[in-house]
Ligand binder design. Sequence first.
Ligand code: SF4
Length: 291
Amino acid sequence: MKEILLAESAGFCFGVKRAVETVYAEAERAAVSGRERVYTYGPIIHNETVVRDLERRGVCALSGTEELKALPDHAGITVIIRSHGVGPEVYEICREKGIRVVDATCPFVSKIHGIAAEERRAGRRFVIIGDPGHPEVQAIMAWGGPGTRAVESAEEFVSLGIGKDEPVSIAAQTTYQGAKFKKIIDKIRIMGYDIRSFNTICNATHERQSEAAEIASKVDAMIVIGGRSSSNTRKLAEICSSVCPNTFSIQTAEDLDLNLLAPFRRIGITAGASTPKHIIEEVQISVRAKF
Ligand code: SF4
């Protein structure tokens, strides 16, 4: 029999749990009223199973501002803002159209919006260390104003051409790796830039990452469960494979080739912030059932 080590921090974090519960509650409310339409601004989480289930309940995901603007201007429409947050423009469009907004932005992300807006008012350029293609980062950039940029290394920061006498404030994408962020900040500071840094990495991410690394160091094989488009799941898999070369990334139990686990005795399981509990349980059960 194989030994399974399941990470306690696997699955929904506080912000995602709150956002998903909000959407289900709103979908139920709309179903009872029978006259309302519920939309999420972007898929509520990076998890196809959950998004499909919500579609079945009548909740559609808007792809961006164009689709939002195309909604009819009347009451009876609710737009839910997901945990990643959005820029000020989205609130403005909803206000102009009389659309009801339910804001499920994670409070840790809202905090960065506040910092970005405040640093902008103080006349400082805002830079975010994170993936410029990620919706959380794009929303933060909108709060930081036109000069705000996202970079992923000290070299990219230098390439922005910011003068060493220009005041710059730097924060991190919530899911960024702590050690990497510190390294980038130290490098930029050593080069003599006038920077003020804000460590805005969320504890949930840090805890999940350290627990995953610890489990990965103790097992023969590691399973990382999460959506293909989930950046925090990808980072989790990256951390686990650096410690445990036999790391398998899957979306659901169906993706898991159990034969690959046959040679291993101790198996670790963790999951990204947007992985529902039932998917984690299904994976655990399928491993147990086979071995
Ligand atoms: S990872 Fe942290 S910041 Fe992001 S949604 Fe979860 S709790 Fe909020």
